[in-house]
Design a protein around this ligand. Structure first.
Ligand SMILES: [Zn+2]
Length: 74
């Protein structure tokens, strides 16, 4: 295998983008843990399952589904 002189640069760039992705994921998780314990529409707790599947979700499945259907009808 011949990696050439750019191999270390590529590796550094790759690591940098991975770190950026991790930071973004952390920021999203921080926002999610701050505001999404309870549904912002009905106030009931959002199930752990849904929070795991969609950490950014701020509404329970019922309210989210209702809103999405409202949107589609317009
Ligand atoms: Zn709700």
């Amino acid at each position: 295998m011949n990696f050439g002189s750019n191999a270390s640069l590529d590796l550094a760039a790759l690591r940098e983008s991975q770190e950026r992705d991790a930071m973004i994921a952390q920021a999203i998780a921080a926002v999610a843990t701050e505001g999404a314990a309870n549904c912002t529409s009905c106030g009931f707790p959002i199930p752990e399952e849904r929070r795991a599947a969609a950490p950014f979700a701020r509404r329970c499945i019922e309210c989210q589904t209702f809103l999405e259907q409202e949107k589609f009808h317009r």
